[in-house]
Design a protein around this ligand. Sequence first.
Ligand SMILES: Cc1cc2nc3c(=O)[nH]c(=O)nc-3n(C[C@H](O)[C@H](O)[C@H](O)COP(=O)(O)OP(=O)(O)OC[C@H]3O[C@@H](n4cnc5c(N)ncnc54)[C@H](O)[C@@H]3O)c2cc1C
Length: 386
Amino acid sequence: MSFTSGKSSDVLIIGGGVIGLATARELHKKGVSNITILERGAVGKEASHAAAGMLAPNAETEQADDFFRFCSESNKLYPAFAAELFDETDIDIELDKQGTLYLALTETDSAEIGRRFEWQRGAGIEVEHLSARETRILEPFVSPDVRESLFFPDDCQVENRKLLHALEKYAELNNIQIRENTEIKNLLIENGGIIGAESETEKFFVGKVVLAAGAWTSLIKAENFVMPQILPIRGQMIEFHTAKRLFQRVIYSPRGYLVPRADGRVLAGATVEDAGFDKSVSREGIEYLRENTLEIAPSLVNLEIAEKWAGLRPFAADGLPILGSFPQVENLILATAHYRNGILLAPLTAKILAENIVENKDSDYLKIFSPNRFAPSGLRSLNTAV
Ligand SMILES: Cc1cc2nc3c(=O)[nH]c(=O)nc-3n(C[C@H](O)[C@H](O)[C@H](O)COP(=O)(O)OP(=O)(O)OC[C@H]3O[C@@H](n4cnc5c(N)ncnc54)[C@H](O)[C@@H]3O)c2cc1C
């Protein structure tokens, strides 16, 4: 069996994570028909499922650069994105806008927080410096050892698994084809342009291909072309269940974070490990997460760990997303390497790619995050730095 189409507007998306699904939706909203998502396993079950759902451009930034600007713009799209998805699918993705706290628990943390407050305020970032007392009034269950905190009112969270359900439902309702259990092995290239992709048993022919295969992107072969290298970076997470919601906001320390869900679940994350494609959880990883949790909130000490899991973040050599046309192969578009921020970056990624594919618009971000920066000669030197 093969999927064929003569239309140049048809798009094949390889990878059904948040990036592939959100891009499919945006393309459909712009009038593209005949979109197919090819997914190796089941859609929305890899990094996008493992994530914590934080939308935290401000709490996580170390500098007000282009990447920060990209994260902030995507964050601002979320209220409309969540409302539209609710209208379209009846699924509430639980966008929670109560902000994020960043705690100082040691003297070193306090020095760090002081430094960050100064430069972030100077750069125009919405941030408030709270005393220990003010912090505990906002969040009574954080550690009595808290010394001070930063409050980021614009940082939010979503229930990323509900987001994935909503995007999948959008696809089902709008005739976007999803082919699960279909692992693409090779891209089909002819005369310098892409004509499709093949699994072990099938060939799929289309006009354009969006490669959104997350941490597995580099495993797909593209004739003699050198694709940017994407590394899998494992993140382990644990989850506690509380009878009622104890925390209102996402709470960071310099060593970890807690994400409270509306139903009383508290997620704690996350490790950052180079463990190849191994998605197992380790005793050391879980212990590390538990220690960080109890440092932030010792009151959770008697709770059992209810769930634990791991996912693989897609990481490029410079830590930045890779977005837009692959320079050597016409009609091949990359949408990968969102590393620690793919949930946050999904709406803006989808928007600029769909505008580029359908309307030929060239967002500045497609220049900044272009795969071009990994031309083969550059790739060699960057690889040795990882
Ligand atoms: C523990 C953890 C916590 C995180 N927390 C956050 C957070 O709070 N906020 C945030 O913004 N981000 C967070 N992230 C990062 C975020 O999850 C990722 O950046 C994002 O999910 C990447 O989306 P993706 O669609 O590119 O990848 P994925 O969700 O991994 O999807 C890629 C898909 O491609 C499929 N695929 C791969 N190869 C093939 C092939 N050959 N053929 C067909 N299909 C293929 C895979 O099966 C997979 O379903 C976290 C990640 C982890 C692991």
